[in-house]
Design a protein around this ligand. Structure first.
Ligand SMILES: [Zn+2]
Length: 134
């Protein structure tokens, strides 16, 4: 049986593009095009492949989907990170930051209601608005 290379060049490029960033589909597409990967259906397939094995996660902010490297990913060591999102008051751009808060995740995992389950993922999204000075 011939084994197919799971990490084609296009897949590697996709992981590279998402390194330390959170991007929308369009942004990923734009970055990959710059790298010479133009095939949109390949991108769809590769995203699906990585989402199925947990290497890429998808999350929604106000109806826009963002992609991020999942916790099982060697490219993304932060196993216990939450996302904090806010709008830059000047540029109006959505800013996504990640924080490492392992204690919170351990606390959640220890909840009685989760006993008898193996947690697959915990996704925390915190949204905030900058408070103006008085
Ligand atoms: Zn993230």
């Amino acid at each position: 049986m011939k084994s197919k290379n799971r990490f084609t060049k296009a897949r590697k490029a996709l992981l590279e593009v998402l390194k330390d960033r959170h991007l929308t589909f369009k942004e990923i597409q734009k970055e990959l095009t710059l790298l010479g990967f133009h095939n949109v259906s390949t991108l769809y397939n590769n995203l699906e492949f990585f989402m199925n094995n947990g290497m890429i996660i998808e999350f929604d902010i106000d109806g826009t989907k963002y992609y991020d490297l999942g916790s099982d990913n060697p490219y993304h060591k932060n196993d216990n990170h939450l996302h904090f999102v806010y709008k830059n008051p000047e540029t109006k751009e959505t800013v996504i930051e990640e924080f490492d808060v392992p204690d919170v995740y351990e606390l959640i995992k220890s909840y009685a209601a989760l006993k008898g389950f193996k947690t697959e993922y915990i996704r925390i999204l915190v949204s905030g608005k900058k408070i103006g000075k008085k």
